[in-house]
Design a protein around this ligand. Sequence first.
Ligand SMILES: Nc1ncnc2c1ncn2[C@@H]1O[C@H](COP(=O)(O)OP(=O)(O)O)[C@@H](O)[C@H]1O
Ligand SMILES: [Mg+2]
Length: 180
Amino acid sequence: MEKRGTMQQGEAFITTRSEAETEYIGTLLGKYLQRPLVVALYGELGSGKTVLVRGAAAGLGAADRVSSPSFVLMKIYQGRLPIYHFDFYRLEDPAELDELGLEEYLPGEGIAFVEWAGRFPGELPPERLDIRIENYGEQGSNSRRLWFEPHGDRAAAVVEDLIENITWRIDGTLNMIPLN
Ligand SMILES: Nc1ncnc2c1ncn2[C@@H]1O[C@H](COP(=O)(O)OP(=O)(O)O)[C@@H](O)[C@H]1O
Ligand SMILES: [Mg+2]
């Protein structure tokens, strides 16, 4: 991952200590996604991108459990808004995206999650929410740091809502209040 400079206004980070915590952050995020938006996800294999999207889809009211779209490039789920789940990991040629009609989905009428967004950054609109996931702590640890980098007012409002509504227990674990 590229080295980061200082944080910009509107940026935030959250540290999670388990898959369940990352999924919960995703669910909370999904709850605050009310209007079409592109959510670009960055981070190495196994960092938790799909886990986060799984939570977000649940927070958006999708009944189906999200699984990785890396072999099919895109999967669609129906929540309060349509959910377009992309994975650019196996994508060789962005022309494949044109065949798919990418511009209709970024963000189109729904929420577009893009794993491995950094492989084809030119395909993404400038207005979006970037989320970078880093392994955090010792090698093999279950801690992750989620960096939220909003670009544009819509993404900034979502990050603000998310951050305002996270609470922690006294032992430092995430307070996972049941949602909905
Ligand atoms: N804090 C954490 N957040 C998310 N996943 C975690 C965490 N700790 C361990 N894991 C594990 O890391 C893996 C993340 O997988 P996945 O979401 O498919 O990654 P990616 O989509 O980034 O390749 C899962 O096996 C999950 O159990
Ligand atoms: Mg994945």
